[in-house]
Ligand binder design. Structure first.
Ligand SMILES: Cc1cc2nc3c(=O)[nH]c(=O)nc-3n(C[C@H](O)[C@H](O)[C@H](O)COP(=O)(O)OP(=O)(O)OC[C@H]3O[C@@H](n4cnc5c(N)ncnc54)[C@H](O)[C@@H]3O)c2cc1C
Length: 465
C-alpha cells in the first residue's frame, strides 16, 4: 500500500493538471489508486475532459511488471473493443461522403456471405445480423495465436448458417465488425486502417494510435496482463496478427482517446445526424429495442468475474474464491497410456505416476465411455503430454477445471447470497463438483432463485404463471 501511495505522489507530480484545483486532482488520484488496488490491475492511464478540453491526464501503477516500469501518460494501451466505435465512425463518414448507406445490404459489397441480401450494414454495426461470433471467449485459444486474414475469418464464421434470422435478436459478434471492415476496404479501395488514419486519427491529432492487427507495441507502451480469479497478473497472450482486424485493433494513449470524445461532442468530423445514427438504439424487426432487466451469466466463475465492469464486494469474494486451473488434453491413439492388463481397462483410467505431477492425470477411453465401435482406441489424456507418442496425437486442447480449495467450498455455499443480488444470476458446474450434471443443476437452481425473486418483487407474475 505504501509503495502504491509513493507511486501516486510521483505520478501526480508528472500529471498534466493545468486547469483543475489541487483538491480535485487529489480526489482523482485517490480514486485511480483505489480502483487499481480493488481490481488488481497493474496500471491505469486516464485523461479527463472538462469544457471540451483535456483538463488532466495521468498514469498510475506499473505499466510493465518484470522488470518493473512505471506507467506514464504518454504510453499506449490497447483499447480492445472500444476500437469498434472507430469503425462505426468510418462508416458514417462514408455515408457523409455519399459513398454508402447504412441500409445498404451486405450483398452489395460481400455477396457471398450467408444471407447477405437480407442483412444491412446497420445490422452488422448493431450486432443484429445473426453472424456467429468468432471470439466469444475471454482468452486467446491456441488457434488464435496463429495469423489469420479477414477473409479467412469470414470463411469460417460468416459463410455458415446464421445464429438467428437477421434483425430478430441482438448478439454481440466480432464477426460483424470484420465484415464491416471489409466493406470499408471495398468502398475505399485500400486497407481499413489506412482509411482510419487518413480520415479520423491524423486529422484529430490522434497520432499515437497504432493497429495491433499488424503492428507490435514497443517497450515504451504498457504491456497487457490477465488475471485468473484472485491470482497474480500474468502476461496476456497476444492474438496472432489479423485476429483483431477491425474489431479491437487499436492501441493509443488516453490523451488521444479523449481527443476522439472531444471531436464527437464538438461535431468536428461527424455531423450531428451521423452521431445520432451511431448512438440511437436499433429496433428489431418486430419494432422492439432489446433491453435487459435481469442477467444470467453461464460461464466459469473467473470468466463471470472478468465480465463484470463493476463487481461488488460479494461478487469479487465469492466468484474470486472459486478459481480455475488449465489442464492440457491430448486426443490420441497411443494405447500405452492404458493399463497394461486389458482386463483393467475402464472408461476413466487414473495414472499414479512414480514421479509426482502437479496436477491430476487421467486417460479417458472414449470407445468405452461412448460405446464407440472403432478400429482404433480413441483416448483422451489429461496432463501427461510428454508420455504420449507424438505420431499418435490427433488433437491438442487446453481445458479449464475448477479448483476446490477450502475457500472455494465455503464460497459455493454462498450462491443464494449472490444470485439476484444485483439482478444477476450465476450458473456453472463450479457451484458443485464440476461435472456436466452440476452445470444443469446450477442452471435449475438459478432459475428457482430467479422465480422466487420475481414472486417477491412482482406477485402478479406468480398469479399469471
Ligand atoms: C476433458 C474433459 C472431460 C470431461 N469429462 C466429463 C465427464 O465424463 N462427465 C462429466 O459429467 N463431466 C465431464 N467434464 C466436465 C464437464 O465438461 C463440465 O463440467 C461442464 O462442461 C461444465 O459446464 P459449465 O457450463 O460450467 O462450463 P462450460 O461447459 O465450460 O461452459 C462455459 C461456456 O461459457 C462460454 N463463455 C466464456 N466466456 C464467455 C463470454 N465472455 N461470453 C460468452 N460466453 C462465454 C464458453 O465459451 C463456454 O461455452 C469433462 C471436462 C473436460 C474438460
Amino acid at each position: 500500500m505504501q509503495r502504491l501511495a509513493a507511486a501516486v505522489i510521483w505520478a501526480a507530480a508528472c500529471g498534466v493538471a493545468a486547469e483543475l484545483p489541487r483538491a480535485t486532482v487529489a480526489k482523482i488520484d485517490e480514486i485511480a489508486v483505489k480502483s487499481l488496488a480493488e481490481s488488481g490491475a497493474p496500471s491505469v492511464s486516464i485523461a479527463l475532459v472538462e469544457g471540451g478540453k483535456i483538463a488532466y491526464e495521468n498514469a498510475y501503477g506499473k505499466a510493465r511488471l518484470d522488470p518493473p516500469v512505471d506507467a506514464k501518460a504518454e504510453m499506449r494501451y490497447p483499447i480492445g473493443s472500444v476500437s469498434k466505435q472507430f469503425l462505426a465512425g468510418a462508416m458514417v463518414l462514408l455515408v457523409q461522403d455519399g459513398k454508402l448507406s447504412l441500409d445498404d445490404t451486405v450483398s452489395k459489397y460481400l455477396p457471398d456471405l450467408t444471407r447477405a441480401s437480407e442483412i444491412t450494414i446497420r445490422q452488422l454495426l448493431s450486432h443484429t445480423s445473426g453472424y456467429q461470433d468468432y471470439y466469444p471467449q475471454d482468452y486467446v485459444a491456441p488457434f488464435m495465436q496463429k495469423p489469420v486474414t479477414a477473409e479467412s475469418i469470414l470463411d469460417q464464421w460468416a459463410r455458415k448458417p446464421l445464429d438467428f434470422d437477421p434483425g430478430t435478436r441482438w448478439q454481440y459478434s466480432n464477426t460483424n465488425y470484420v465484415a464491416a471492415g471489409r466493406i470499408v476496404e471495398k468502398v475505399t479501395g485500400g486497407p481499413f486502417f489506412a482509411f482510419l488514419w487518413r480520415r479520423i486519427l491524423q486529422p484529430l491529432g490522434m497520432t499515437s494510435a497504432i493497429d495491433l492487427s499488424t503492428q507490435t507495441p514497443g517497450p515504451g507502451d504498457a504491456a497487457g496482463y490477465t488475471r485468473f480469479a484472485l491470482g497474480p497478473p500474468r502476461p496476456a497472450t497476444p492474438e496472432g496478427k489479423g485476429w483483431l482486424y477491425a474489431a479491437g485493433e487499436l492501441a493509443m494513449t488516453a490523451h488521444d482517446l479523449a481527443l476522439w470524445d472531444i471531436s464527437l461532442m464538438a461535431h468536428k468530423l461527424l455531423k450531428p445526424a451521423s452521431l445520432e445514427a451511431m448512438t440511437t438504439p436499433v429496433r428489431l424487426r418486430n419494432g422492439t429495442v432489446e433491453h435487459f432487466d435481469q442477467v444470467f451469466i453461464a460461464c466459469h466463475s473467473d470468466q463471470a468475474l472478468n465480465l463484470l465492469s463493476d463487481p461488488s464486494r460479494q461478487e469479487t469474494d465469492i466468484l474470486g474464491a472459486i478459481s480455475y486451473q488449465a489442464n492440457e488434453a491430448l486426443l490420441h491413439t497411443d494405447a500405452r497410456l492404458m493399463p497394461r492388463r486389458r482386463l483393467a481397462w475402464a472408461a476413466w483410467n487414473y495414472h499414479l505416476p512414480i514421479e509426482q505431477y502437479d496436477r491430476v492425470t487421467v486417460t479417458y477411453n472414449m470407445n468405452i465411455l461412448q460405446s464407440l465401435q472403432a478400429p482404433a482406441q480413441f483416448l483422451l489424456t489429461l496432463n501427461r503430454n510428454a508420455d504420449v507418442d507424438p505420431a499418435k496425437v490427433l488433437g491438442s486442447y487446453v481445458y479449464h477445471h475448477p479448483v476446490y480449495t477450502a475457500a472455494a467450498v465455503a464460497a459455493q455455499k454462498r450462491r443464494r447470497e449472490l444470485n439476484g443480488s444485483r439482478r444477476t444470476y450465476y450458473c456453472g458446474a463450479y457451484w458443485s463438483y464440476g461435472f456436466h450434471e452440476d452445470g444443469v443443476k446450477s442452471a435449475l437452481a438459478s432459475l428457482d432463485d430467479f422465480r422466487r425473486d420475481q414472486a417477491h418483487e412482482q406477485p402478479h407474475l406468480q398469479r399469471v404463471g
